[in-house]
Design a binder for this molecule. Sequence first.
Ligand code: C5P
Length: 244
Amino acid sequence: MSALSQLYEGKAKIIYTTEDPEVLIAHFKDDATAFNAQKRGTIQGKGQMNCTISSRLFEQLEAQGIQTHYLEQLNGNDMRVKAVKIIPLEVVIRNIAAGSLCQQTGIPLGQILPKPLVEFHYKNDALGDPLLTRDRTLLLELATPEQLDQIQQVALEVNQHLQAFFTRCGITLVDFKLEFGLDSAQTLLLADEISPDTCRLWNAAETDPNLRVMDKDRFRRDLGNVEAGYQQVLERILNQASGR
Ligand code: C5P
């Protein structure tokens, strides 16, 4: 099945239609952006690494009964996915304080949270993806109350499965962002990607606050060795996913 025409170009992916209206192709780009695209760059080989990492993680989640848009990885950079209408929410799940949680609350970086925290952000670049309350989410009619409850529950389940998997990889899952969509039958599916672009991942064996970072924070914070961080994540996931 080949790509027909470009449907949408985002910061990290291009989405193509196929001859099947229920199926799309997601092409993962090497382009990197941060801080709402104020910082731009290229991470060599990122498209292929993120497509492969996302594919293996979606396969792990599907095996645990999580419904996702993932169908198959076609080649290095391309993933066949079910067509969904993306719900404009960025669902952030946090196990350890970092990033905007620290900036906005003063909780120190690295503090383990008493239980996973689920946040809803409005996926809206023009507004800078603001943090929402449940009432604001309902006011904006971004999802129904039932969908929000389901998203919250699935997000926590995904967190449990990913945390367990990453622990086996020797990686600490600090926080991550999920997106959900509805297929033509209105079934809620986990969509988008799960990669070092969308997760904070720390090398569990490393305590140095800069050296332990294996994710896009290396790019955001100019820590260097960005590709090497992603490559390490990829290798560990491949070893773990193949049972080695
Ligand atoms: O910046 P913040 O601390 O809110 O990010 C929380 C998590 O969500 C991080 O893992 C980050 O990579 C991810 N995120 C994302 N896309 C965004 C905002 C955050 O993948 N637009």
